[in-house]
Ligand binder design. Structure first.
Ligand code: NAI
Ligand code: 13P
Length: 316
């Protein structure tokens, strides 16, 4: 919808013929965006090859788990000069690859042709055209600017950045931190606990980013603090809501069974922990969340575990 509003003819691909028909004919997606009116100019198709063939920008908005296998069959149909854009927030299980790396590999294109859009961008609020800002990151300013121009509207303001690593690590980590905040809320903890987890979550995100060569300033920006605050404080966040249900006593399996959409933090906390350990980076909140998700720790023991760690300087 944003690219359509930005004046770019846009086609959405979907697997479910009923949803595709509804987007194309009724300008609505009652399953995912009830009550939202989509732009009349937005078209939709179940033909993925038709959707990507000829497109100069291909936007990939898939759960991290299915990204590689969904993009790979389309590789031969992507225009050689097309730019691919990843909206996905996670780290691939098994390879620890960032989403833009997975897109580049699956599509068989250079990393300089893959951009990332990430920021405080809850889908429902954007669909309702509520004002927000975001970050478009690409290895070159030219590609970032091309994508920014394609999604710039009077309610959606993109800022460009060439720190792809920082933007993606921030987007993946904030989901894990939102799970921890959700657990605290579900357990009845208040604003001090929430703010402490958000702030120390940002500290461990920046530490991991630094070890991967990210620009420290990215973490104070929209894709860092901005998205972290939006996700950790919004009832619209699937990750925070998932954490809340864990905090109230549900098991991971029970919440997964009840949830139709993806809570990426559950999928990627283990990979992020693995990545951090391989670099010798301390990520205590991610470690605790991974322990809860894998069944090795009860949410009610999470605070005690984090607070009993050895004292240390705030800034190291
Ligand atoms: N929903 C949101 O507010 C935002 C989501 N993101 C990120 O975007 C990514 C996608 O998120 P959502 O759209 O919310 O996820 P979702 O769980 O709603 O799924 C997105 C779409 O992928 C389709 N899909 C699922 N499995 C598939 C498969 N095997 N093959 C092809 N398509 C499949 C689903 O049918 C759905 O239409 C995630 O990484 C998320 O972190 C980023 C910013 C905001
Ligand atoms: O990434 C998001 C907002 O920027 C969406 O968060 P959730 O995946 O937790 O719903």
């Amino acid at each position: 919808a944003v690219t359509t509003d930005a004046g770019c003819p846009t086609t959405v691909w979907g697997r479910d013929p009923e949803i595709v028909r509804s987007i194309a004919s009724d300008h609505a997606n009652p399953r995912y965006l009830p009550g939202v009116e989509l732009p009349e100019a937005l078209t939709a198709t179940t033909d993925a090859v038709g959707a990507v063939s000829g497109a100069d920008v291909v936007v990939v908005a898939l759960p991290s788990k299915v990204l590689r296998r969904t993009v790979a069959p389309l590789a031969a149909h992507v225009r050689p000069d097309a730019v691919l854009v990843s909206l996905s927030k996670g780290v691939e299980h098994g390879s620890d690859r960032r989403m833009s790396e997975v897109v580049a590999e699956a599509a068989g294109v250079g990393r300089d042709r893959v951009a990332v859009v990430s920021g405080p961008n809850l889908a429902r609020e954007i669909a309702a055209r509520q004002p927000t800002a975001t970050v478009v990151a690409a290895t070159t300013p030219e590609v970032a600017e091309q994508v920014a121009a394609a999604c710039s509207t009077d309610y959606f303001r993109p800022y460009t950045n060439t720190d792809v690593v920082g933007v993606e690590i921030a987007g993946a980590m904030k989901n894990v931190i939102a799970l921890a905040v959700g657990m605290a809320v579900g357990l009845g903890m208040g604003d001090n606990s929430r703010a402490s987890i958000i702030t120390r979550g940002l500290a461990e995100t920046a530490r991991l980013g630094a070890a991967l060569g990210a620009d420290p300033q990215t973490f104070a920006g929209l894709a860092g603090m901005g998205d972290l605050v939006a996700t950790c404080t919004s009832p619209l966040s699937r990750n925070r809501t998932f954490g809340e249900e864990l905090g109230r006593g549900s098991t991971v399996e029970e919440v997964v069974a009840r949830t139709r959409q993806t809570a990426e933090g559950v999928v990627s906390c283990g990979s992020l922990l693995h990545l951090a350990r391989s670099l010798g980076v301390d990520v205590p909140i991610t470690e605790a969340v991974t322990a809860v998700v894998s069944g090795g720790l009860r949410p009610e023991d999470l605070a005690r575990l984090l607070l009993s760690r050895a004292r240390k300087p705030e800034v190291e």
